[in-house]
Design a protein around this ligand. Structure first.
Ligand SMILES: *[C@@H]1O[C@H](CO)[C@@H](O)[C@H](O)[C@H]1NC(C)=O
Ligand SMILES: *[C@@H]1O[C@H](CO)[C@@H](O)[C@H](O)[C@H]1NC(C)=O
Ligand SMILES: *[C@@H]1O[C@H](CO)[C@@H](O)[C@H](O)[C@H]1NC(C)=O
Ligand SMILES: *[C@@H]1O[C@H](CO)[C@@H](O)[C@H](O)[C@H]1NC(C)=O
Ligand SMILES: *[C@@H]1O[C@H](CO)[C@@H](O)[C@H](O)[C@H]1NC(C)=O
Ligand SMILES: *[C@@H]1O[C@H](CO)[C@@H](O)[C@H](O)[C@H]1NC(C)=O
Length: 472
């Protein structure tokens, strides 16, 4: 922290483009850059008294489909007789960075575990919302990499000290919800799978079309360094993905160095199109599936920390953590009405052919590994409040990968935050209207037990599992 501050003061701070900040879902976690000129710091006189995070798991090994792509590239590089020069000279000796096939693809990497642990440390230091010895309950989707991210988060978040052998104190209780099933409807951390209409609104194939507009050109540029072998569009896609993935697995950044800044920006934009039209505001069911989480958190913020809803049998801690997958974050942005309006014309919906630099919807700044959308409830006292009677006023701030983001039309509070009462109205009126009712819009009206509400924070769902995480 001190070091960062010091470096920021250096006058030369030369602009250096970092492909790892432009690799979309293959980016390791980094704090997103400042938006709307709002500093990352807390406004003076404010404390956070309640916060809710929904986040993607940490860095993982490839999914089976992309792993097959890595293996195909390897086979191609091994089976040909060719010479490789210049930046490609390393290709003949490159190996697929997976050395335990049954146990690695799909699962969290050690770097992902570190990302999760670091967030736990960071949030304890930043908020101090629960005391060292207090248990904490967190929520996770059921896939192993999400539960593992929750576990490593908890290990970082729990006070270490002398709690090591005290089993009744300082434990995390993970409520594990079924992952990507269609019978939990809105009451889930993976609600898109519970909305049968959602897939019909997914037009993310436009990303593939966009990729074909630039990948062959990159292949042609790199093929000048090869004799006896031709890279094609597919190979370029795999090699660009490997920058982020391989950096996480073994720190090898050689693929990052192969491509030019303009090429990375096109690669990033293809990811932006994939998320915007797949799970984000370009899918007409996106806000519908993101809304239940937003609404549940708005309700918890209205009640305040330490309270549960009427009929609730769980009192959520003041720090409400939910662990899930990348595709479940853009729906939250849609439900909140973020990154889909601009004072500039022609920014949204995103162009299918030409990146607009004015866009705020950037996949790298939200669905990087361990990326998140967070809502903070802030209690603030102005100088006059303190002098008068010590009154506090309540506000809500949205953070996306730590960068504060303004809620359209609701930014009158300190640091462009939204007054809590106005936030509640915005969610329950404006955004509820934009989202529509989950059951109706998803075509579930005649399905038994279907629900439009995420109640799992306060009412234990019937098909959950519980995992207890201690330090020993
Ligand atoms: C903390 O959690 C553990 C494990 O679930 C439990 O045995 C213990 O009673 C809890 N302690 C408190 C103070 O709630
Ligand atoms: C859930 O999926 C099963 C299996 O594909 C299917 O038979 C069922 O109709 C689906 N339920 C809903 C509510 O879409
Ligand atoms: C590129 O080459 C690989 C391996 O030679 C092949 O499997 C793939 O279909 C090719 N892709 C394109 C777009 O031609
Ligand atoms: C995003 O903006 C487009 C274009 O204005 C609009 O049609 C769509 O409903 C918006 N999506 C959300 C989730 O607000
Ligand atoms: C405290 O002072 C503020 C003005 O700073 C005023 O709005 C508020 O009504 C006062 N509250 C009480 C309980 O007197
Ligand atoms: C609906 O919920 C009831 C009570 O939990 C359960 O017995 C029943 O099997 C459920 N029906 C379906 C179709 O899931």
């Amino acid at each position: 922290m001190l070091l960062t501050r010091f470096l920021l003061l250096l006058p030369t701070a030369a602009y250096a483009f970092d492909p790892l900040h432009h690799s979309g879902p293959a980016s390791p976690y980094f704090d997103a850059p400042t938006q709307d000129g709002i500093p990352h710091d807390m406004p003076a006189g404010c404390i956070v008294d309640q916060a809710a995070y929904i986040l993607r798991h940490g860095a993982r090994y490839p999914e089976p489909g992309s792993f097959a792509g890595w293996q195909n590239l390897f086979a191609k590089l091994q089976n040909a007789k060719y010479t490789a020069k210049g930046p490609l000279a390393f290709l003949p000796s490159w190996r697929v960075p997976v050395d335990d096939v049954p146990h690695q693809p799909l699962y969290l990497t050690a770097a992902g575990a570190l990302e999760a642990f670091a967030l736990g440390v960071d949030l304890r230091k930043r908020y101090q919302l629960t005391k060292g010895g207090d248990n904490i309950t967190v929520w996770s989707a059921g896939q192993q990499r999400c539960v593992d991210t929750a576990t490593f988060f908890a290990r970082g978040y729990l006070s270490q000290g002398n709690y090591l052998s005290e089993p009744s104190a300082n434990r995390a209780n993970i409520i594990v919800l079924p992952d990507s099933v269609n019978y939990t409807f809105a009451n889930s951390l993976t609600p898109s799978a519970g909305c049968p209409q959602y897939a019909s609104g997914d037009t993310s194939s436009v990303a593939g079309t966009f990729r074909l507009s630039y990948q062959p050109r990159i292949a042609a540029r790199l093929n000048k360094f090869l004799d006896g072998l031709q890279l094609n569009a597919t190979d370029i896609g795999v090699m660009m993905d490997l920058c982020g993935f391989q950096t996480a697995v073994n720190g090898d950044t050689r693929f990052c160095g192969l491509f030019e800044e303009s090429e990375w920006r096109l690669y990033e934009y293809a990811h932006d199109l994939n998320y915007y039209y797949g799970s984000g505001p370009g899918n007409p069911f996106s806000a519908t599936v993101g809304f239940p989480w937003v609404s549940a958190v708005a309700e918890l913020f209205s009640l305040g920390p330490g309270k549960t809803t009427p009929g609730g049998n769980i009192t959520p801690p003041p720090l409400v953590m939910g662990f899930t997958h990348d595709n479940n974050l853009p729906p939250i942005l849609s439900a909140l009405g973020l990154w889909n309006t601009s004072s500039e014309r022609g920014v949204y919906p995103l162009s299918l052919t030409k990146p607009n630099e004015k866009r705020k919807f950037r996949s790298s700044n939200v669905v990087a590994f361990r990326g998140y959308v967070a809502l903070e409830r802030m209690a603030c006292s102005s100088v006059e409040d303190v002098q008068n009677n010590g009154t506090t006023h309540l506000f809500v701030r949205v953070r996306v990968d730590r960068a504060p983001v303004e809620i359209p039309g609701c930014a009158s509070g300190p640091g462009s935050t939204c007054p809590l009462q106005q936030f509640t109205e915005y969610v329950h009126k404006t955004r509820a209207r934009a989202a529509g009712d989950f059951v109706d819009k998803c075509g579930l009206s005649s399905v038994a037990n279907s629900t439009s509400h995420a109640t799992f924070f306060t009412i234990a769902p019937p098909d959950m599992d519980e995992v207890v995480v201690g330090l020993n």
